[in-house]
Write a new protein. Structure first.
Length: 202
């Protein structure tokens, strides 16, 4: 009798990056309000992305439908994917606007546990996640040569994105956008989540 060997590779201790291609689209009233939001003064970088002055745009009634959509997706991820019992709530919500040629620098979101990004208006683009060391380099001071990089050994990973796409990821993960290659502004909604009640038990 011939016995087949079975092997499994587990992505143990990985960072969960969730992506969904949704059919949700903003309506005319929501888009008009998004486009009218005042932006913060740009940082001294070439072709920076503009960020809305208001970091709690979900407090505006016009965004109630979008807020409910985002929160339903996020809560499903927390409870059905992570099986998290702690209650996480929205703490910040904002819009980023990338004019043609603009790019969002590498950054992470402080004072948050998870972040959600939803692509309001984006014919096509890329979002790149990165880390300084892979699991081998974190545990030693040696240098390693790889024939090719995989999701286990890569220092960065790039995902294609477009209008309607939604991503959920740990707020501590560095990420950046590719330059806006289109003739219209790219509009992206960002949302941060944190504990509703900070755990006190050990």
């Amino acid at each position: 009798m011939k016995i087949k060997n079975k092997s499994v590779l587990f992505p143990l201790f990985s960072s969960p990056i969730y992506k969904e291609e949704t059919e949700f689209r903003v309506n005319a009233a929501e888009l008009k309000t998004i486009q009218s939001l005042p932006l913060m003064r740009s940082m001294p970088r070439p072709k920076p992305v503009g960020i809305s002055e208001d970091h709690k745009i979900f407090n505006q009634k016009v965004f109630k439908r979008i807020k409910n959509f985002i929160d339903e997706k996020a809560q499903n991820f927390f409870k059905k994917v992570l099986f998290l019992k702690n209650e996480l709530v929205i703490t910040e919500s904002w819009i980023s606007r990338a004019t043609p040629g603009a790019t969002h620098h590498k950054h992470k979101h402080p004072n948050a546990l998870f972040s959600v990004v939803y692509y309001v208006d984006c014919p096509s683009s890329y979002l790149r996640f990165s880390r300084e060391h892979n699991f081998l380099q974190e545990s030693s001071l040696f240098s390693y040569d790889f024939e090719k990089y995989t999701i286990y050994t890569a220092h960065h990973w790039t995902l294609p994105v477009k209008t309607g796409d939604l991503l959920i990821f740990p707020a501590s993960v560095f990420h950046e956008s590719s330059p806006n290659q289109h003739t219209t502004d790219k509009l992206v909604l960002g949302v941060n989540y944190f504990f509703k009640k900070i755990p006190t038990h050990f």
